[in-house]
Every structure is written in C-alpha cells, then in structure tokens.
Ligand binder design. Structure first.
Ligand code: SF4
Length: 304
C-alpha cells in the first residue's frame, strides 16, 4: 500500500476487492459545447483532444469494438483482468438525448468483463434527467463521473476560456453525491497567472467537497492549441514548472489531501511529439518513483 496517499490502485481495490481492474478509453464521437457555440467557442485554450485520446481509440469503431480491442490488448498479459469503460474524449454527456446517453453507457456496462463505467464531462453538462438515469444505472454497474474543474479561481477559468465557474463544480459534485454517484475532479497545476499557492488553494477547496478522487496534472503547452499560439507571441506569459518544482508541489498537494480521497495521478501523458513544454520525457510510473523517493526523503514517517 502506498503509505503517503490513496493511489488509484488502492481506490480500485476498495471498489473491486480481489480483482484487477483496468480503464479502457473510449472515443464515442462526442463533441464539446465549449467549441460548438452551445456554451462557448474556441474551446479551452490548452485543449487539443488528440493529445489525451489514446491512439487505439477511434470513433469510427463502435463502442463495443473499442472495448474488445482494448480487452484483447490486455488479455494476453492479464487474462483475469476486468475493465472500466472510460468515456474520455470531449464532453461525454453532451449532444445526445438523455435516453441515448443512458443506453450507450448501459450497453458499454453490459459487455463481458466490464465492471463499471467512467464518464468524463464538464460540470455544466449534467441535467437532472441524466443524473436520474445514471443513478438507476449505478444500481446495476458502478458509474463514476469525472468532472473537469481545473481551478477554483474565476479569473483563471475566464482566461483559459472554460466558460464555467467553481460554483458550477460544487453544485455538480453535490448533485452527484446526492444520487450516490462517485465523483472525481480533474485539476491542472501551472495555469497562466497561477502559482503553487493557487494550486494548493484549489486542492483545499476540492477536498472540502464530497469527492472520491482527484486527477491532477501539470499544464502542458500542446501543439495546435490557442495556448501554444498565445505563449509563442507573448500574449500569455507562462513559465512551465520544472520537474523539481512540480515534484515539490506534488508533495505539498499530498499533504493537503485527506486519505479518503484518491489521488489518481499527477502526470499528463500527451504524446511527446505533441508537447512543446515542459518536456520531461517521463512515463507515469517513472514520475511516481521520483515522487516516492522525494516523499521518503522529506518525511519518512508521513502517513505510516
Ligand atoms: S478541455 Fe473539455 S471542455 Fe475544454 S475544449 Fe477540450 S473537450 Fe471542451
């Protein structure tokens, strides 16, 4: 067991005792209301969806085919593995009727060896009828909703063109909690105009909410994004974290997050050829090893 914080594997063991569980990303061909004008245009300034959609996902394949391909990949090594269908790309509760959405999640949940469904979305795309449908589905197979929150600071949310507020995040979390649905928040460290104090303040705000997990990552300047263009022209000033600075920040974040909340990950893992900065060239497990060493060195008794 990780002595410093509840990591994703501990969280999964808690939810699915005795079995090994792996997420399988799905691109179900969703779009985004922050791009098509429903909520905003242009999208979040750092967003290039190609950078966080695994290469094996293609909306040309049916959801079933994507899951079967993912299962095939893992089955050779781990024949006993079970899976979480992860609706990851864009806003996975937007642009279809509630009935169609629920049927889609249900279909994914019924595929052999799928033990739950994770749905990534925005805090302002969770209408009441959808929550009711999710609550019903959650009685048959576990549903987890992952909300892009990013920061609690309104001026930053405006600067990065999120087109929602922290209040939207809080309301969404409480409504999901009322329905008994597990919720994770996605946060970004190193947004323009923010220092580590801002990040820690957001983490503290998040931890006051009835959430189950936090997924944190360093801001990456990714090719073909508004952030990339504005950073190059100097319109946005930003000094990405060095690896050492970010590791130090992660130690502080761990100290803020109570043990009952899982910290799912700290590292963004966009394809290296799409990342302009920071270029650390680390895989998630390599970053975690560095973090563990730092934690051991800083406070060998923390969490024990
Ligand atoms: S990060 Fe999410 S909300 Fe923002 S533009 Fe990309 S898909 Fe849309």
């Amino acid at each position: 067991m990780n002595p410093y914080y509840k990591d994703f594997s501990e969280y999964m063991k808690e939810l699915y005792p005795g079995i090994k569980v792996q997420k399988l990303s799905i691109d179900a061909g969703f779009t985004c209301p922050n791009r098509d004008g429903s909520i905003g245009t242009g999208g979040c300034i750092y967003c290039n969806n190609a950078s966080f959609t695994p290469g094996y996902c293609s909306p040309k394949d049916s959801i079933e085919t994507q899951i079967l391909k993912g299962k095939e990949f893992f089955r050779r090594k781990y024949p006993e593995m079970k899976y979480l269908a992860y609706f990851q790309s864009y806003t996975n509760t937007f642009g279809k009727s509630c009935d169609r959405l629920i049927k889609m999640y249900e279909k994914a949940s019924e595929i052999e060896d799928v033990v739950g469904v994770i749905i990534g979305t925005r805090p302002d795309c969770l209408p009441e009828d959808l929550l009711e449908g999710l609550a019903d589905l959650n009685k048959k197979k576990r549903i987890i909703v992952e909300i892009g929150a990013e920061t609690s600071f309104l001026h930053t949310l405006q600067l990065i063109n999120r087109n929602h507020t922290w209040d939207d995040v809080e309301k969404a979390v409480y409504r999901l909690n009322d329905k008994g649905i597990r919720t994770g928040l996605h946060l970004i460290a190193g947004l323009p105009g923010e220092d580590s104090g801002h990040v820690l303040a957001t983490v503290r705000q998040a931890c006051r909410l009835p959430i189950d997990s936090i997924k944190m990552h360093q801001l990456q300047i990714v090719k073909e994004t508004i952030l990339h263009r504005k950073w190059e022209t100097g319109e946005i000033e930003l000094t990405p974290y060095t690896l050492e600075e970010y590791l130090d920040l992660c130690v502080k974040i761990i100290n803020e997050v109570p043990r009952h909340i899982c910290i799912e990950r700290f590292l963004a893992s966009s394809p290296p050829d799409m990342v302009i900065a920071p270029k650390w060239g680390l895989k998630n497990y390599q970053f975690t090893n560095l973090l563990m060493n730092k934690l051991k060195y800083k406070d060998p008794h923390h969490g024990l």
